[in-house]
Design a protein around this ligand. Structure first.
Ligand code: SF4
Length: 202
């Protein structure tokens, strides 16, 4: 049963994305990519896409990152209907020299080696990046586009507990990401709704 009035291409839109606050934008210099410290799940088949660029990714990793690609992903797949194949592959974590756990793909500058490799090889910056990494703090759960309050509650800059840092809504902050995930028409559909129902009148 549908829970929310707005949808696009069978994706329901939780209106929380139009009201939840967020920071001016993702800025790893400020947050040190804290959202990457638990790794990420991607579709089982997307792991194959990432692995096609194994050498390119290794070539941009720093001296602390794990170059042995057999240690990049969890051995067991997770059953998860939020992914097209019905199974998700999780990235592994590694410990930095300072003892901090983070995604195997996060480098010492807090950049994602998958994204760095894509840019270096003239691809779109998100061409081979897992969808849920692109989307954060948005997420899709049971075909609903919503705010990832669970993950957000752990974060010390942009997270839900840090209202003092908020300058805009998640929807306004994530325009590029939403366009990438659901396309220009999808974004325009959501933006019309935002302007009509949520945007403060000038
Ligand atoms: S794959 Fe890249 S963006 Fe995603 S959690 Fe790992 S380092 Fe972060």
């Amino acid at each position: 049963m549908k829970e929310f009035p707005l949808e696009y291409n069978n994706l329901e839109i939780d209106p929380v994305i139009f009201t939840q606050g967020f920071v001016p934008g993702c800025n790893v210099k400020t947050c040190r990519g804290e959202c990457c410290d638990w790794g990420v799940y991607m579709d089982r088949d997307f792991k194959t896409v990432v692995m096609k660029f194994e050498e390119e990714i290794k070539s941009v990793m720093d001296e602390n990152q794990i170059k042995n690609s057999s240690k990049w992903f969890e051995k067991e797949l997770e059953e998860d209907t939020d992914f097209p194949s019905g199974q998700a592959a999780g990235t592994e974590l590694y410990k930095t020299p300072s003892g901090h756990n983070q995604c195997v793909f996060k480098d010492k500058r807090s950049y994602c080696s998958i994204q760095v490799a894509a840019v270096k090889n003239n691809m779109h910056k998100w061409a081979i990046k897992p969808k849920y990494c692109i989307m954060y703090p948005l997420t899709i759960i049971d075909d609903v586009l919503t705010y990832d309050d669970d993950h957000s509650s752990k974060l010390s800059y942009c997270g839900i507990k840090h209202k003092q840092n908020f300058t805009q809504t998640v929807f306004e902050a994530m325009t590029e990401e939403i366009r990438f995930i659901i396309g220009e028409d999808g974004y325009n559909h959501l933006n019309d709704y935002f302007i009509k129902h949520y945007k403060p009148k000038a």
